[in-house]
Ligand binder design. Sequence first.
Ligand code: URP
Ligand code: ZN
Ligand code: ZN
Ligand code: ZN
Length: 466
Amino acid sequence: MSRTLIRGGLVITASDEMHADVLIEDGRIAALAASGTPAARAFTADRTIDATGKYVVPGGVDAHTHMELPFGGTFASDTFETGTRAAAWGGTTTIVDFAVQSVGHSLREGLDAWHAKAEGNCAVDYAFHMIVSDVNAETLKEMDLLVEEGVTSFKQFMAYPGVFYSDDGQILRAMQRSAENGGLIMMHAENGIAIDVLVEQALARGETGPRHHGEVRKALLEAEATHRAIRLAQVAGAPLYVVHVSATEAVAELARARDEGLNVFGETCPQYLFLSTDNLAEPDFEGAKYVCSTPLRPKEHQAALWRGLRTNDLQVVSTDHCPFCFTGQKELGRGDFSKIPNGLPGVENRMDLLHQAVVDGHISRRRWIEIACATPARMFGLYPKKGTIAPGADADVVIYDPGAEQVISAGTHHMNVDYSAYEGKRVTGRVETVLSRGVPVLTEREYTGRAGHGVYTPRATCQYLT
Ligand code: URP
Ligand code: ZN
Ligand code: ZN
Ligand code: ZN
């Protein structure tokens, strides 16, 4: 039996903060005891990590990534190998990535393809959601089987007609099915039919640059789709999780639905909390670096997102990590913003940016862990294996130095992408050491992990349903 002891740190979970020693046995948390007490002094181990002056927090759970996603004629530039290694550097020890059903093919084929991409390549543990692009009788039956085998959430798109898009009837059918089989529908809520009209009109007026991406994908069309998704879920009697919420008006729809007692949940992402349309307007096509959907919004929207995170109208912060290099990939959209591949890198930056939100006074330390670790784990059926530090949990643990200063930069990051969306941003706090099931994958800022350490982790159904 291998034993590791983490001594003297401040253990922070979603519910507690305590100076405690953490004993790890065979990849799991075996016991915690208040530091300095006889119980803690009785712990013995093969290896001791001194965490004095540091935080000891659960490994991050990033419930929204797209490694190697095919999009806009190219592929997201992080593979499962490079993307999960970058995740480890940033203190994230579990990702939930999106397997894709292509139109005309089965869910099974899509899921098998994603397993093949990930297996043997991941530095940290991983699980899958399923993107449903083609709702039909067969697909609906397959959803039941996937729920049984641990793929318990399904993303649908009200945007991207002709690619991932589902119409309201297809959405309703999938929601009805998930009401029966316990699955959770994750919605990309933007009115893609209306947006495509505005895209065509903008291009016809010669408005071709990246900032027009933000202008045509209107906040009202996010709010309208959010409202429609909520009411369709209500009719179906199904829970709903809205991904990458960016608009004040969409948060208001979620808040209203929750006040009505509906099982409706919302996620936002660091890019919406820290970046804005000012970035999309950067000259020399640099704005293309910030093209994602839902789009970045004017700065004024950030306050509503922070407020939603405080009031629990938004429950999760994921990255929607979907990197495309500026050179050769984002550049596909020079002269036509609608051809810029949609997505931003960020899997490595989430834990630090949210710690900065603690430093800035937006959220408490425990809320940091709640929105980044515990709630995503519960939302997607991984708790308490993932998302907390408690006896029996996987020993996915981050030793975090809350006082370290760093500057985020593509020059030092580990994601396979040639720019950083947060280039030059100073943040206080840094991941020092990361354990994944007790195995050090980052040791005092030195990478000690390996491709293939990370394993596929089947999930239970959403743990928040009433
Ligand atoms: O722009 C984004 N978000 N790209 C990834 C695909 C999606 O819609 O989540
Ligand atoms: Zn096929
Ligand atoms: Zn989306
Ligand atoms: Zn996404």
